[in-house]
Design a protein around this ligand. Structure first.
Ligand SMILES: Nc1ncnc2c1ncn2[C@@H]1O[C@H](COP(=O)(O)OP(=O)(O)O)[C@@H](O)[C@H]1O
Ligand SMILES: [Mg+2]
Length: 255
C-alpha cells in the first residue's frame, strides 16, 4: 500500500532545487523552490560570489541542470581562474554547453572582452534581458546567478527605477524556467539589501554575515525569508573550505 505521507513528501521534493552546498539545504526543507528568485545579501568578502557559483557548479555536476551566470562585477576570465582553487573547471563546462557566462562587466568598465556572450554598453536592462533570452535558447539552463544587483543599482540610482528594473529581471528569469540567485552587497550589517528595494522583487532572502568580534571575523548564514517554505529561524556558522562553502546546520551563532 502506498504511504500517503511518503507521496506528499516526494511531490513537494520535486519542487525543490537543492543547492548541493553542504549543510545549506537542511536549513530549508531540501533546497530552493523551483522557478523562483532569491536574494543573497552580505558584506563584501562574505562569500556571496562563491556561494552563487557553487550553486551553479553543483547544478551542472550533481543534478544535471545547466547554469547561466551573469557577471556584472567580475570579469569572467578572473572568475574562471578563482574557482580553480575549489577544483571547479568552468571552461570545460562551457565547452560542453552546460554553462554560459554573460560578461556584463567588461563593457561597463570600458575594457575589451573576448567572451562569447557580452553585454552591450551602456547598460540597459532590456538588452540584458534579450541576451539572457538568447543564451537560454542555446543552453536551456535551469539555474541562474546574477552577480550582482548592486552594480546595476548604482547605474540606475533611483530606488523606484531599481525596483522596477529588478522586477523585470526576476520575472523574466522565472518565465524562462530558471531558479535564480541575485547577489546584493550590503554595507550596514543591520540591513538586508543595499537600496532597500531588492527584497521586494524576490521570493526569499539569504543573509551571509561576516562580522567582526574582537580581533576575529566570523562567517554565519541565515535564511531571513523564504516564501512558501518552512526554514530554519536561526543563524548558522559556515566556512569557506578547500571545496567551497560548508554550512554547519546543527550549530548556531548568536549575534
Ligand atoms: N580557498 C579559500 N579558502 C578560504 N577562504 C577563501 C578562499 N578563497 C576565497 N576565500 C575567502 O572568500 C572571500 C571572497 O568571497 P566572495 O564570494 O568573492 O565574496 P563576496 O562576493 O561576498 O564579496 C575572500 O575575501 C576570502 O576571505
Ligand atoms: Mg562578489
Amino acid at each position: 500500500m502506498v504511504d500517503k505521507k511518503q507521496v506528499k513528501t516526494e511531490i513537494s521534493d520535486s519542487r525543490r532545487v537543492p543547492t548541493g552546498i553542504p549543510g545549506f539545504d537542511d536549513l530549508c526543507g531540501g533546497g530552493l523552490l523551483r522557478n523562483r528568485t532569491y536574494l543573497l545579501s552580505g558584506a563584501a568578502g562574505a562569500g556571496k560570489t562563491i556561494f552563487g557559483l557553487q550553486y551553479i557548479y553543483n547544478g551542472i555536476t550533481k543534478y544535471g541542470e545547466n547554469g547561466l551566470y551573469i557577471a556584472t562585477e567580475e570579469r569572467p576570465e578572473q572568475v574562471r581562474e578563482n574557482v580553480k582553487q575549489f577544483g571547479w573547471d568552468f571552461e570545460a563546462l562551457e565547452d560542453e554547453g552546460k554553462l554560459a557566462i554573460l560578461d556584463a562587466c567588461s563593457t561597463k568598465i570600458g575594457v575589451p572582452s573576448h567572451e562569447k556572450y557580452v553585454d552591450v554598453r551602456p547598460f540597459d536592462m532590456r538588452s540584458m534581458l534579450d541576451q539572457i533570452i538568447a543564451i537560454q535558447e542555446d543552453i536551456d539552463a535551469k539555474r541562474a546567478l546574477v552577480d550582482g544587483t548592486t552594480s546595476i543599482g548604482f547605474y540606475l540610482q533611483d530606488p523606484a527605477k531599481i525596483r522596477i528594473e529588478l522586477l523585470k529581471l526576476s520575472t523574466t528569469l522565472e518565465i524562462l524556467g530558471l531558479t535564480s540567485l541575485l547577489t546584493c552587497e550590503i554595507v550596514d550589517e543591520g540591513t538586508t539589501s543595499r537600496f532597500g528595494v531588492e527584497a521586494f522583487v524576490t521570493e526569499g532572502t539569504v543573509l551571509m554575515h561576516y562580522k567582526q568580534t574582537d580581533n576575529v571575523r566570523t562567517r554565519s548564514i541565515e535564511i531571513f525569508k523564504m516564501r512558501g517554505s518552512n526554514h530554519s529561524q536561526t543563524i548558522h556558522p559556515y566556512e569557506i573550505a578547500a571545496n567551497g562553502i560548508l554550512v554547519h546546520p546543527k550549530e548556531e551563532v548568536f549575534h
